[in-house]
Design a binder for this molecule. Structure first.
Ligand code: ADE
Ligand code: ZN
Length: 317
């Protein structure tokens, strides 16, 4: 497909992708067969909980360091083939089934990711995700963990799972720990909850917002976002599959870009949603009418808003 080739050739950063859900479909089927586990549902998630359950199956397949190492190599190799020069992958290391502790999981994941990055020519950074459903103790622990690995490949803390009933402001203390350690803060907000959560994230002084698209429901929040320069890491197919918007044609990415909001484009959970980051560029062009110049702007914003080193950014921009 010529459009795929065109957007694959665009140097870009992939800033919104969850490691476990970036597993190759063939690898997942192989491991499910080996473990005697039923293949989880893909693409069709009538409820967010069904999506989280499918995600849980993927995590459960990663019960040996060998599998985690292969996953990292394949994810980084695929990123390289997609024109990704900087990859920030999110992971919840304390859910790792391959290690007894989140510490040990990170001790393995970070050097393995860097080695894969060197093999395939991609800069990598890890985002330690805080699970919103796991309570305040977990949030502080995850932030403390991320802080201890700040010089060793962790670039930021994230905040994932269902926003409803778990507002971003609840993570303020965890974010302060991360910031104190020099880490970035990149929560999911404005996906399943509305524009007030985007405003709340801005008030907390975040670096980027994963999704953030529902800011579009309040023009004042859109204006604040544009003025702040905070980048939204937007994943259109994810939003349609998880029911945030009925169709791609109704997705607010074009509106946000027209309003001057910086946006990167990501795939979120490529395996579960059946799209890679380049597919998302193609869909943004073909289904949402965003011209090539607009998408080149998203690619530039992605690199510029990443936590990649300045020399890499200069070389790529
Ligand atoms: N974890 C993985 N994908 C997610 C999403 N789209 N929203 C919240 N948490 C997630
Ligand atoms: Zn996400």
């Amino acid at each position: 497909c010529p459009a795929y080739e065109r957007y694959a050739a665009l140097p870009k950063a992939h800033l919104h992708v969850h490691l476990e859900a970036a597993m190759r479909p063939g690898t997942m089927r192989e491991w499910c067969a080996e473990d005697g586990v039923e293949v989880p549902p893909l693409v069709d998630f009538p409820h967010f909980t069904g999506f989280l359950d499918a995600y849980g199956v993927l995590i459960s397949l990663l019960h040996t360091p060998e599998r985690l190492g292969r996953l990292l190599d394949e994810v980084v190799a695929d990123a390289a083939a997609q024109g990704v020069v900087a990859l920030e992958f999110a992971s919840i290391p304390d859910k790792s089934a391959a290690f007894d502790s989140a510490e040990e999981a990170l001790e393995f994941i970070l050097p393995a990711a860097s080695a894969a990055g060197r093999r395939h020519g991609v800069w990598t950074g890890a985002i330690v995700s805080i699970d919103r459903g796991a309570g305040p103790g977990h949030a502080l622990e995850a932030a403390g963990l991320a802080a201890r690995f700040a010089e060793r490949g962790v670039v930021a803390v994230g905040l994932v799972a269902d926003e409803r009933g778990n507002p971003v402001a609840d993570a303020a203390e965890a974010f302060a720990i991360a910031r104190e350690a020099g880490l970035g803060v990149v929560p999911h907000a404005g996906e399943l909850a509305g524009p007030e959560e985007v405003r709340s994230a801005l008030d907390l002084g975040v670096d980027r917002i994963q999704h953030g698209v529902r800011a579009a429901e309040d023009p004042r929040v859109v204006a604040e976002l544009a003025a702040s320069g905070v980048c939204l890491d937007v994943c259109p197919s994810s939003n349609v599959i998880l029911g945030v918007y009925p169709t791609l044609a109704e997705h607010p990415l074009p509106t946000l870009l027209d309003a001057g909001v910086r946006c990167s484009i990501g795939a979120d959970d490529p395996l579960l949603f059946g799209v890679d980051v380049v597919d998302e560029y193609v869909l943004a062009h073909e289904q949402m009418g965003i011209p090539d110049a607009g998408l080149a702007g998203c690619a530039r914003a992605s690199i510029d808003s990443s936590f990649a080193p300045a020399d890499l950014k200069r070389g790529a921009l």
